[in-house]
Design a protein around this ligand. Structure first.
Ligand code: IVH
Length: 683
């Protein structure tokens, strides 16, 4: 195949794109026309994928005749050529409010008076034309070069969301245009199936939708869960006369076509901008990918006044979001050791701006992921960064892989301590199990000092690393007996910085129990679990004394966390750390959340019957706000039963059997205020 190279600059990319188009044209002909392919389907797909990746990294390279713009790589035996009755035009693009204003100003030259605009999510799929005659779907075609596309009727007929018939009264002939796409959930499910079959994974939902639509066998397309959004009516003979685009959309909806529910009509470009900003921020809340917003003039008479240029209408514009996928060079794959010893492979990348940020590293999750994606140092890879999600390496661009590039192997030894890495049967993660591994130690102490835990300013990962290497820190309790004189002598430290660090360490001693629990790096115990535990038990000593069953009984804890916490505190070394933390004066007590005294911590109060002063929900909320639980049945762990009018007989009987006190509303009020039961001693 072609000599691989990595297109770093726009010029290199252009050259490579041209080369790819030639290659694709050649192989399309071999496959579709001569029926004697020279390369595998996967290799062919890789060429198209690479071109698509290049075009997404350098959008200016997209041309109407690019094979990425016509599904199937070329019209031939598999897909008959279809000439569109009217061209399927593309859209002018903008990426800023200024350009949007310039578009508005240009429009004003053609139309006067107010202009209403529809704003529509720009679905990242494939533009498709559906022709209905006498209400029946007779032909479906891809956009192709806009003038000629490929007939994909049999494949499109398998798409459940596309009606095969339009209900009467239908126009004699009508062409419906819209976007075929693959939902993100369907894409992920498809990729897991592909991985199980050892088949090629798709890079993104658009690529998967295209691959699914270009199947020679419609039965394969039928398994692919494609979706459709209609956004336009092309030619129409007979049928309603629309005056507005929104009327068209309404008709489409009534005729059984899915129309995007987020389409809005606005009156100003400022509102358009608001809409664009909203969807740029919320795009990941959708189960399909959108790459921008399409803005269209709603009034069809105004559209006619505006007309079109040679390639695009003047009455519409696409506002494009910054791309979330780019290709770049994978320089190396390294493994980092986390605080639990977990070994996580990550990619060192030639830095690239993607999703609005410069990305030089990206996670590869675990050994299986690297294996499934088969990315190798030296590959050109597709990098994705979507929203706040950590950047990820999606796939290699196989067409650009240098010959003989060796497969990457997960290291057998911990890169920090050199001890063997262990992967347990049935688990996806690999671990360094050496408890003395300095890599783990640094991570554990840095995590202890991090914001969600003990929040010790000036004690970040780098500083912790410096102290661990100098032998000043071995575990988290050492933080409170840090030899400050030794620190003062270290490079980069002076009186002021040491004093600041000392103050930060001192301040951390009064963090709530939940923060301390988070800081201890107990497996499976996250922030929420730590908060629930802290609230339920109120003091570390009560957690130390609790059995796994008692912890698991707390709502929101569960057996996995409970067992892990129990195991953690069963270890002498961990107990010893706790004792040193205690001796150092670190707070071990629970929170008073929301300022509400936690007088019912760890206690369980059942409510039955109708109360006068509160609804049942309010009563239960009052109990949980004070740290208690309010289950629906009485057990031996129940502290008291609050009894209103028409109480449940079973609950009363159970309470009597177990000797659980019954409270009226006044006694309940006292319990909520003080945590005391009637007759109990204060305190
Ligand atoms: S209208 C002449 N509306 O974006 C107007 N296009 O370059 C034709 N697209 O190829 C397009 N969502 O595949 C329109 N709501 C939407 C769209 C949409 C996605 C795609 C379409 C077209 C490309 C524009």
């Amino acid at each position: 195949m072609s000599a691989p190279q990595r297109p770093g600059t726009a010029d290199e990319a252009r050259e490579r794109a041209e080369q790819l188009r030639e290659l694709i044209a050649h192989h399309s002909e071999r496959y579709y026309v001569v029926d004697d392919p020279e390369i595998s389907d996967a290799d062919f797909d890789a060429l198209v994928d690479e071109l698509a990746a290049l075009e997404s990294a350098f959008p200016e390279l997209v041309t109407p005749d690019s094979p990425t713009q016509h599904v199937g790589g070329g019209p031939a035996a598999a897909f008959a050529e279809v000439r569109h009755r009217s061209p399927m035009m593309s859209l002018d693009k903008t990426t800023s409010y200024e350009e949007l204003l310039a578009w508005g100003a240009r429009m004003e030259r053609y139309v006067s008076g107010p202009v209403e605009l529809t704003c529509e999510p720009k679905i990242d799929g494939l533009a498709t034309s559906l022709l209905y005659e006498r209400g029946r779907l007779v032909r479906a075609a891809t956009r192709g070069d806009g003038v000629v596309g490929e007939g994909v009727t049999a494949n499109v007929a398998t798409v459940g969301e596309i009606p095969e018939r339009i209900p009467a009264p239908f126009p004699e002939v009508v062409e419906v245009r819209g976007e075929i796409y693959m939902a993100i959930s369907a894409f992920e499910a498809l990729n897991s199936r592909q991985a199980e079959l050892g088949a090629r994974r798709f890079i993104n939902p658009r690529n998967a939708a295209a691959g699914s639509l270009r199947q020679k066998d419609p039965a394969v397309t039928a398994t692919r869960e494609l979706g459709f959004f209609a956004y336009q009516v092309g030619e129409m003979d007979g049928g309603p006369a629309f005056e507005r685009h929104t009327e068209t959309l309404e008709w489409l909806r009534h005729s059984g076509f899915p129309v995007n529910p987020h389409i809005r009509v606005v009156g100003t470009l400022e509102e358009v901008h608001q809409y664009c900003k909203r969807w740029e921020a919320d795009r990941h809340g959708l189960d399909y990918e959108i790459d921008g917003v399409v803005v269209k003039v709603d009034d069809l008479a105004q559209r006619r006044q505006l007309g079109t240029t040679s390639r695009a209408p003047r009455w519409a514009i696409a506002y494009k979001f910054p791309p979330e996928e780019r290709t770049t060079l994978l320089r190396d794959i390294m493994v980092s050791i986390g605080r639990t010893g977990k070994a996580t492979p990550f990619a060192i990348l030639e830095p690239v701006v993607v999703g609005g940020a410069r990305v030089g590293m990206a996670t590869l999750h675990n050994a299986d992921q690297v294996e499934a994606k088969d990315v190798r140092p030296g590959d050109t890879v597709v990098v994705r960064r979507a929203g706040d999600v950590i950047p990820e390496v999606r796939a290699p661009v196989l067409g650009l892989r240098p010959e003989g590039l060796p497969k990457w192997r997960f290291p057998g030894a911990c890169p920090v301590c050199g001890e063997p890495l262990v992967r347990l049967e049935g688990e996806s993660d690999t671990f360094c199990v050496n408890a003395d591994c300095p890599g783990q130690r640094v991570q554990r102490i840095a995590h202890f000092a991090s914001r969600g835990a003990m929040d010790i300013e000036h004690l970040g990962e780098r500083t912790v690393g410096q102290f661990v290497r100098a032998g000043l820190l071995g575990d988290v309790a050492d933080v409170y007996r840090l030899d400050l004189d030794a620190v003062r002598e270290m490079e980069g430290w002076g009186d002021t910085s040491v004093a600041n660090l000392a103050a930060a360490i001192e301040a951390s001693k009064s963090r709530p129990l939940a923060n301390l629990l988070v800081g201890l790096s107990i497996r499976h115990l996250g922030t929420t679990g730590a908060q629930v535990l802290a609230r339920a038990f109120g003091h570390l000593d009560r957690i130390l004394a609790a059995s796994a069953e008692e912890m698991a009984a707390v709502e929101g804890v569960g057996p996995v966390i409970a067992a892990s916490v129990q195991e953690f505190f069963a270890l002498d070394t961990n107990r010893e750390v706790i004792e040193r933390l205690r001796a150092a004066g670190v707070n071990l007590e629970g929170p008073a959340e929301d300022g509400m005294p936690q007088v019912l911590l760890g206690r369980s109060v059942v409510v039955t019957g109708t109360l006068q002063q509160r609804t049942r929900e309010q009563a239960e909320a009052a109990i949980t706000a004070r740290g208690g639980k309010s289950p629906g049945s009485v057990s031996k762990r129940t502290t008291a039963v609050v009894v209103g009018a028409d109480p449940g007989a079973a609950k009363l009987a159970k309470a009597a059997e177990l000797g659980v006190p019954l409270l009226d509303e006044d006694a309940f009020a006292v319990l909520l205020d003080t945590g005391r039961l009637p007759g109990a001693e204060p305190g």
